[in-house]
Design a protein around this ligand. Structure first.
Ligand SMILES: Cc1ncc(COP(=O)(O)O)c(C=O)c1O
Length: 462
């Protein structure tokens, strides 16, 4: 049953709306199943129009009047804005009137993208940033204070892990746990714990966090639950369904999809009661509580830190997002086929992909993601097969550090993106020294299998 957005305008008691949202969440999403909870596969993006995911993205811009009837939201490059009079200027700056104060805090092009992302994640609002890391950094900067404690998955993306370690140098405590085991998350929580941070499918070892149970723990303990949805994207999974408070998306990856724009976003799902959060500044409490965190993120995390999404990039990402569902369907099918091929190959020791029966969280992933498992897989070669020589033999696949591109990309993990952290920390994160990460693209499947087959057989490059 979709959330009832249509009645919102006639119920201006916003506190009531938040309670309704939480009650709907409990009624719709929390039903018993094999994993303790049953989850709906997808939530309609637009409850009012009953439009599907892609239809709503394609036509979202035109729900409000758009200049000259343009089909895309126009690109607004202006950094500054003029006002009718000084009263309007003051009102915009004070948040009493809608409008734009200065390009660093947002502009109409990024606002249009934010509206789409909010709809895709079924949230109450979104703030965009220059990169995925800027979005994660903004959460930490805006919401944490000295002495606060964070519980984080030990399997998070390397730069996120590095950022969390930096927090420790600045007076916060971080405990890394195996987030595939919710009991470890619960055991790590202290009275100072302000937020729990996990990824849906971890990069690069593709562990799947126990998202449902961690959500229940956070809800019971009143802790902010941050879910990085980059690997799944809102097409495969909406973290609202497991009770996430804030959803991170690195827009650089699947949502943009073409490897031509960096971007990041934080969406507030509306499930967390920000009146219970001790670190909200009084100046952001003039608006209804559902906006408190978004306000603080936009002011402290974006305005003051300045990692603003450029309008040109916002436009690229919005256009890319139009084909998210089509690309993800093809990517998931290609990845499944490639994972099966690699798993059956004599030169491959282990394949990590949530779609394989051998994956430790396969059944959980099946239930969470509805039988599709994303585009990331990693694998290890048998002793005696040199991973670097193997990579050099690939002809279609590109050796590259990005992921979520239309093109299939490969990278040796320990030698590159996880190099800086050293062998001990890599071991703790389950990263074998020979691990190769593949971000599967939308090429014709047979071409991918032929490329891997050739490279595994030891043929010469080119
Ligand atoms: C799960 C995850 N989150 C965040 C990021 C950071 O995104 P960006 O490169 O846009 O900063 C990445 C990058 O690979 C990622 O894999």
């Amino acid at each position: 049953m979709p959330l009832k957005r249509g009645v919102r305008s006639i119920r201006d008691n916003l506190e009531g709306e938040r309670e309704t949202r939480q009650a709907t969440f409990r009624r719709v999403f929390l039903r018993p199943s094999r994993y303790g909870r049953r989850l709906r596969k997808t939530i309609p993006m637009s409850a009012d129009s009953r439009r599907g995911f892609t239809t709503a993205i394609l036509h979202g811009d035109r729900s409000a009047p758009i200049e000259h009837g343009a089909l895309h939201k126009p690109l607004h490059l202006s950094v500054a804005y003029g006002y009718r009079d000084a009263n309007e200027l003051a009102a915009v700056f004070q948040g009493r009137a809608s409008g734009y104060a200065y390009g660093r805090q947002g502009n109409p092009t990024s606002a249009a993208l934010e509206a789409k992302l909010t709809a895709m994640e079924r949230g109450v609002g979104t703030v965009t940033f220059a990169t995925g890391m800027a979005a994660i950094g903004a959460i930490m900067i805006a919401l944490l204070r000295r002495g606060d404690h964070v519980v984080a998955s030990q399997f998070v993306f390397g730069n996120t892990s590095s950022l969390l370690l930096t927090l420790e140098a600045h007076g916060q405590d971080v405990t890394f746990v195996d987030a595939t085991d919710a009991a470890q998350v619960e055991a790590a929580i202290t009275p100072a714990t302000r937020l729990v941070f996990v990824e849906t499918i971890a990069n690069p070892r593709v562990q799947v966090a126990d998202l449902v149970r961690i959500g229940e723990i956070c809800r019971a303990r009143g802790i902010v639950y941050v879910v990085d949805n980059t690997m799944t994207s809102p097409w495969l999974f909406q973290p609202l369904r497991v009770g996430a408070s804030l959803v991170v998306n690195a827009l650089t990856k699947y949502i943009g999809g073409h490897g031509n724009a960096l971007g990041g976003a934080v969406t507030d799902t509306g499930l967390f009661d920000w009146t219970r959060y001790p670190n909200i500044y009084d100046s952001y409490k003039s608006q209804p509580p559902k906006n408190w965190c978004l306000q603080q993120l936009r002011k402290k995390g974006l305005r003051d830190w300045g990692a603003t999404l450029a309008p040109e990039q916002a436009h690229h990402i919005a256009v890319g997002a139009e084909t998210l569902a089509l690309r993800m369907e093809r990517i998931c099918a290609n990845a499944m086929g490639l994972a099966r091929f690699l798993a059956s190959h004599a030169a491959v020791r282990a394949v990590h992909y949530p779609g394989l029966d051998s994956h430790a969280q396969h059944l959980l992933a099946q239930e969470l993601f509805g039988g599709r498992f994303g585009g990331l897989l990693s694998f290890e070669l048998v002793d005696g097969v040199d991973p670097m020589a193997f990579l050099n033999r690939l002809r279609v696949v590109v050796l590259s550090s990005n992921l979520g591109d239309n093109r299939t990309l490969a990278i040796p993990v320990a030698q590159t993106i996880f190099y800086e952290m050293g062998p001990q920390r890599r071991r703790a994160m389950g990263i074998a020294e020979s691990l190769i990460r593949i971000s599967v693209g939308i090429e014709d499947h047979d071409d991918l299998v032929a490329d891997f087959s050739h490279a595994l057989a030891g043929g010469g490059r080119g």
